[in-house]
Design a protein. Structure first.
Length: 323
């Protein structure tokens, strides 16, 4: 009898552990840092490298948001992203705990790790100031070569590119489309790129409002079915994706390059279309990630100048024919 009870308890413990492992979300927020980290867990510090090297949590690896971008704020391509994560010693099989100061950059890095196939990603909601009571030591700088091969497959089904989104719009089979920018940007009153407005059919659900709800009630937003989500650019779009997926359990997909990329292509449809003045384009939303506002203004100037030249050429051509 005792043997039977022991065997029953053993099987119950095993099945409970398996069930917990299966149901535990692969992407989530945490409100505290456990004293004893789970086996295989790695801390990633997304603050600027100089701050991370000066003092971080024990064993933390430095991986600033800026490392994911090349010139003019362009996101690194996927092979380079795998290389980048390998230089941080990540193979993809680790449980990564992401910490930082800026919620935007913290959530962006967490989202990129998750999209890159990282097995489990937890976003620590505590600010770094609240964590400074912990013993600090120098963070680990990324190597120049890979110390691990990041080999887990990307979660490609969650990534939507511009041509895919355009095809979905034209097919009239578009799922819920969520815009995480501010209300003024959504309606084209505030403009940070070549055109203002929003994607056709997109619903406004500002990231700022969601972030406030995250601390209060994660059940108070509508139930969306696998929506495609976007914000201003890659940084803000991926952070918005993280907020919805990890914070509210919404099975979101992300339009990776965001509104800025869509607005740059004049042939693509826009609702509430508007155009910026020079003063609007000179505002830089995120100084750490190089902005492309100057390029947008330059492009607009070139297009206008080319139009004036063609108009003048047409007028003089007609005069020449008359004489």
């Amino acid at each position: 009898m005792r043997k039977a009870v022991f065997v029953f308890c053993l099987f119950f413990t095993i099945f409970a552990s398996v069930d917990k492992a299966i149901t535990a979300p692969a992407f989530s927020y945490a409100s505290k840092l456990e004293t004893d980290l789970p086996s295989g867990a790695v801390i990633v510090d997304v603050r600027p490298q100089e701050l991370c090297l000066k003092g971080s949590l024990s064993g933390a690896r430095c991986l600033p948001a800026a490392d994911f971008f090349g010139p003019h704020g362009r996101l690194v391509n996927f092979p380079d992203l795998s290389w980048l994560l390998g230089t941080a010693g990540l193979s993809g099989n680790e449980h990564v705990i992401v910490v930082g100061i800026s919620p935007l950059k913290r959530d962006f890095v967490a989202g990129m790790l998750y999209l890159a196939g990282q097995q489990k990603v937890t976003i620590l909601r505590l600010s770094f100031a609240e964590l400074e009571a912990e013993s600090l030591s120098a963070g680990q700088k990324r190597a120049n070569i890979r110390s691990a091969v990041h080999s887990t497959p990307f979660r490609a089904e969650m990534i939507i590119l511009r041509n895919e989104l355009d095809a979905l719009l034209k097919s009239n089979k578009l799922p819920d489309l969520l815009d995480g920018r501010s209300e003024k940007e959504y309606w084209g009153e505030n403009i940070r790129t070549f055109r203002g407005g929003h994607l056709p059919g997109a619903q406004l659900l500002p990231a700022a409002e969601l972030r406030a709800l995250l601390k209060k009630d994660t059940q108070s937003i509508p139930d969306f079915s696998a929506p495609i989500v976007y914000a201003h650019n890659t940084l803000e779009s991926v952070a918005y994706f993280s907020l919805l997926r990890a914070g509210f359990g919404i099975e979101a997909r992300v339009f990776l390059t965001g509104w800025a990329d869509w607005a740059m292509e004049p042939s693509l449809s826009v609702d509430s279309l508007s155009y910026p003045d020079k003063q609007s384009l000179n505002k830089i939303s995120n100084p750490e990630i190089p902005a492309q506002t100057y390029n947008y203004w330059l492009l607009a100037s070139v297009v206008i100048l080319a139009g004036l030249v063609l108009m003048a050429w047409g007028i003089f051509s007609k005069k020449g024919k008359r004489t």
